[in-house]
Design a protein around this ligand. Structure first.
Ligand code: UD1
Ligand code: CA
Length: 539
């Protein structure tokens, strides 16, 4: 925080609450998140646009919960149900509901009107009305908790009715400007919105960030007095400053040291700016926590991701959603993980794509592995190049090292999945399970026609199509017996070089004519066996 002006109080560090990270008694938080955000030119409500993978509104909500505990109300309007869901999903505990109260603003009549909608939430109940309110815009994702705590501290120390957060910008256009008094104290006199400002006011570079602390007894009474006679015909929250001054109340202000923190996202450009800043903050946080990044600038980590110590991230690694990475892992380049959990000591080589999967300790995966949702890779298992898995549990120490599709499968411990193994889990309409017992050896190019179970310790010869359940410890070979014809290839070459094409064609024709009845008999027989097998299984 910059040194305070005369009317601002000294910034001697003395927290409001005894625990600087604790909840502040008597404080309630109101987050305004009902606007559409026309300037985004989007079908989606502005506050739902993600910044570092997290909806913008959640930055304000999470901050609110940290300082005020469960006394947080969010005013929703545009795409209210979606905003409600996003907040509910993030803030609900495993057994309890969300501690956030959602209030609907049916018509977006301005920020003052938005805050007024939350009045019933805080009506005097068992706990009494809040002594003060922290009001946050839903579009300021860069705002830091320590700044908010400082704002609250100043508010109390100043005995102010309202305390606002301001920033001095090179380009203040679009923001509400802070008009100061001409007296020596240069106290805040009012805020004028960009669209209402005259040329002189537009030249002011000090802006209103949209973060306010307001006294409990003053807030709602003042909001009732707002007058929408302005350029936008809206009830401006900012007008309460003018109202406070008029009735002789104190208005204090804290000026941001780092004006970036006050960024309000109204446009896609500002969204991109916020994204850059938040990404950098996240990287710095994990670097400080003991994570190595070979090329931080190309390492993308979402807000909710966590990473253990001594894990090494190479260039172009992307960690999204709720991904959790353990300690001592190595993630090589061009790998993307979304909503995954990864244990300790895991090595993931280049070009892997994992979604909603769980990877246990000391496993090796990649390069080029695709894990679709619902995969579990147990301890010390290995998954090699060009293996795709979905809803599959690969047992401890099992290996699928090359070119396989494993879907809807439960695979035991110490199983060898040969190259080219495919679980045929889909018949065009439904999906079926494949179960493979401990210690099974699947030779290369095995196809498992699900539903099918292979008993523990069985051995499937390469090239087998497994259509029936296999008992434990059995050997299965299902492939056309090999025929060797001595000298056949040499005779063919001789024919190709010595005989003219005409003769060759005639010869081929007779051969195929001779073969046709035999082949069609064979095909019919196979079809009927297949049919009866399928019928048996599906019963
Ligand atoms: C607002 C401030 C401006 C400040 C700027 C900082 C007012 C009148 N102006 O302007 O002084 O410099 O923020 O970024 O407050 N919202 C509602 N209901 C409404 C209107 C808005 O919930 O009827 C919500 C929006 O979803 C948003 C927040 O309030 O999260 C701010 O609204 P926005 O339209 O972005 O205000 P600005 O024009 O940026
Ligand atoms: Ca705004």
């Amino acid at each position: 925080m910059r040194r305070p002006r005369a009317t601002e109080v000294s910034t001697a560090k003395k927290p409001v609450s005894p625990d600087p990270q604790g909840k502040i008694a008597g404080l309630a938080v109101i987050v305004m998140a009902a606007g559409l955000g026309k300037r985004m030119r989007s079908k989606q409500a502005k506050v739902l646009h993600p910044v570092a993978g997290q909806a913008m509104v959640l930055y304000s909500v999470v901050l609110g919960l940290r300082v005020a505990g469960d006394r947080v109300a969010v005013v929703v309007g545009h795409q209210a149900d979606l905003v409600r869901q996003v907040i509910g999903r993030t803030t609900s505990g495993k057994s309890s509901g969300s501690p956030v109260a959602i209030v609907e603003q049916r018509e977006q009549l301005g920020t003052g009107h938005a805050v007024l909608q939350s009045r019933p939430v805080f009506a005097v109940g068992k706990r009494g009305a809040p002594s003060s309110y922290l009001i946050l815009n839903g579009d300021t994702p860069l705002l830091q908790e320590k700044t908010v705590r400082e704002l609250l501290r100043v508010h109390e120390a100043e005995h102010a009715t309202i305390t606002i957060l301001t920033a001095v910008l090179v380009d203040a256009s679009g923001y509400g400007r802070v008009v100061r008094e001409s007296s020596a104290e240069r106290g805040v006199s009012r805020i004028v919105e960009d669209r209402d400002a005259n040329a002189e006011e537009q030249a002011i570079r000090e802006i209103n960030v949209g973060t306010y602390v307001v006294d409990g007894e003053f807030l709602f009474n003042a909001l009732e007095k707002l007058d929408p006679t302005n350029a936008q015909g809206e009830y401006y929250l900012t007008e309460i400053i003018h109202l406070a001054k008029h009735t002789g109340r104190r208005v204090a202000a804290v000026v941001l040291d780092n004006p970036d923190e006050g960024l309000g996202v109204n446009t896609r450009r500002q969204l991109a700016e916020a994204e850059q800043v938040v990404r950098q903050q996240i990287r710095d946080r994990w670097l400080d926590a003991g994570v190595t990044m070979i090329d931080p600038a190309s390492t993308w980590i979402d807000a909710a991701v966590t990473i253990g110590r001594d894990t090494v991230l190479y260039s172009n690694v992307t960690l999204e959603g709720t991904t959790v990475i353990g300690e001592d892992c190595v993630l090589r380049s061009y790998t993307r993980l979304t909503d995954c959990t990864v244990g300790n000591g895991v090595e993931i080589l280049d070009h892997c794509l994992f979604t909603a999967s769980h990877i246990e300790d000391d496993t090796h995966l990649g390069p080029f592995v695709h894990l679709r949702p619902g995969v579990v890779v147990r301890k010390k298992a290995k998954v090699g190049n060009f293996v795709e898995m979905k809803k599959t549990d690969l047992g401890e120490g099992s290996k699928a090292n090359h070119l396989s599709y494993l879907g809807d499968a439960k695979i035991g411990k110490g199983v060898n999945i040969g190259a080219g193994t495919i679980t045929c889990n889909y018949d065009g309409a439904r999906k079926f399970q494949t179960v493979i017992g401990d210690g099974v050896f699947l030779g290369s190019d095995t196809q498992l026609i699900a539903p099918v179970t292979v008993g523990a310790g069985a051995f499937i010869a390469a090239g087998t199509t497994v259509t029936e359940d296999v008992p434990a410890d059995a050997l299965v070979i299902g492939r056309v017996p090999q025929v060797n014809r001595a000298g056949w290839a040499a005779r063919r070459r001789a024919l190709q070089t010595g005989v003219n094409r005409e003769t060759l064609n005639v010869k081929r024709k007779t051969e195929s004519t001779r073969l046709t009845p035999h082949l069609s008999r064979l095909a019919k027989k196979q079809a009927s066996v297949l049919e009866s097998n399928q019928a048996k299984k599906r019963r």
